[in-house]
Design a protein around this ligand. Structure first.
Ligand code: CTP
Length: 400
């Protein structure tokens, strides 16, 4: 499913060097299903060509309030769109919007709309740090509009600092969060995240290399689609939302208890965590000291299979409940995946090949095969974990 299907956007482009990135952003917004009307400031045309936006935009670009067919394009546009996105939003645009000034098409449209407004700031680092800009951004945010911070990196002229336009994906995710499809509203999903830690003594544990990145991306994708999420996590989450409840756990046994409890009221479980299969039978109560003459021997016992346990319990639920597992395999990926989906009894299994350099634990990208219990499958080629997360959530949404 396209995340911005049926969404109508005005894309304002400010006069900054990052204006060239607005072309790619516009294309990607249209790829996501949105209809985009470009609003170009006079200064932006020093950096990018009108023809590019005419060729790629969904509608004819607006450059002035007075040269088109409509005598009042600002109110028409303002009333007709779901959001006005401005990228790059220069210091000048932020300043005008903070005081409500209207002296060109973009500033006038921004003040004559009650649609969502998302401004992706980009400017030189001294400008971003200037007290006037800082106060303007605070004012705009206080009024409930979204300002996306610029990123740190190389700026025009070779300077380095905070000022670069946020990555295209970040801007798109923000638009999706504001006006994207909310097809999972009313659904509650439990997501387990991170690697479990099995205590050896009060300071040591048996752990694994899971970073939790894929889990964070799944939580964000679910929240964007309107779901409520319970994250049972061994790591701190960098995501905040009134629809997100975080339950922090450490060991597999703690994760087992918290996950089972959370699933009692949920519609789905996404078991993204890397759960240790074994734990130390009797962890030491105090720190194990070196030099006592005896090398410690760890006796391990098996942990419960959380996913298989929830699958079996969910058979008693009177409502539909979908279970999604993950599998990290090093060889015969699809064949082993098929065996695992049958063994665990889950509805969907996301299998990734961790033998490859680009998809090993902790990497930013992933390549997966999504297997379904009915025997069908979907291959998702190498892509950032957020893109994989969207595919996993699509698969879940179809089954829900
Ligand atoms: N899982 C679980 N409880 C465990 C181990 C794994 O719920 N004790 C879940 C994982 O979160 C994942 C799925 O089961 O969603 C598959 O994990 P994986 O480690 O690949 O499966 P194992 O059953 O441990 O199989 P293997 O022998 O390949 O390690």
């Amino acid at each position: 499913m396209k995340r911005l299907e049926g969404v109508s956007l005005a894309l304002g482009v400010g006069g900054g060097i990052a204006a060239y990135k607005a072309v790619e952003l516009m294309r990607r917004l249209i790829d996501e299903g949105a209809t985009v009307t470009p609003i170009l400031t006079a200064n932006s045309l020093n950096f990018v060509g009108l023809t590019t936006f005419r060729a790629l935009g969904s509608n004819e670009p607006i450059t002035s309030l007075f040269n088109g067919d409509s005598p009042i394009p600002h109110t028409k546009i303002g009333q007709g769109v779901d959001a006005v996105v401005v990228a790059p939003a220069t210091a000048d645009i932020l300043s005008k919007f903070a005081v409500g000034s209207c002296d060109d098409a973009l500033s006038t449209i921004l003040v004559s709309t009650d649609a969502k407004v998302i401004l992706a700031a980009a400017m030189h680092k001294e400008m971003w740090a200037h007290p006037a800009v800082v106060e303007n951004v605070a004012t705009i945010r206080r009024r409930g509009f979204v300002v996306i911070d610029p990123e740190h990196g190389i700026l025009a002229g070779g300077d380095v600092g905070f000022g670069r336009l946020a990555a295209t994906e970040v801007v798109i995710d923000s638009v999706v969060a504001e006006v994207g499809s909310k097809d999972l509203a009313g659904k509650s999903v439990v997501v387990t995240i991170g690697g479990t830690r099995e205590a050896i003594d009060p300071v040591r544990f048996i752990g694994n290399r899971s970073s939790g990145k894929q889990g964070f991306a799944i939580v964000s994708a679910l929240l964007d689609r309107g779901a409520s999420v319970v994250a049972v996590s061994t790591v701190e989450l960098q995501v905040e939302s009134p629809r997100l409840e975080v339950v922090r756990v450490e060991s597999a046994l703690e994760m087992d208890g918290a996950t089972r409890r959370s699933c009692e009221d949920a519609d789905a479980l996404i078991m993204c965590a890397a759960v240790a299969d074994y734990r130390v039978e009797t962890p030491w109560n105090s720190k194990f000291k070196r030099g006592s003459g005896n090398v410690p021997e760890l006796k391990l016992v098996e942990n419960p299979d959380i996913l298989a346990g929830v699958v079996s319990e969910s058979k008693k639920f009177s409502r539909k409940f979908i279970t999604v597992g993950f599998a990290a395999e090093t060889d015969d990926v699809e064949k082993n995946g098929r065996l695992k989906i049958a063994k665990k009894g889950c509805d969907i299994l996301v299998v990734n090949d961790v033998s490859k350099e680009e998809t090993r634990f902790g990497s930013a990208d992933n390549e997966v095969v999504i297997l379904f219990a009915d025997g069908s499958s979907r291959f998702v080629p190498l892509a950032p974990k957020r893109a994989i997360a969207i595919e996993v959530v699509n698969a879940l949404a179809e089954r829900l």
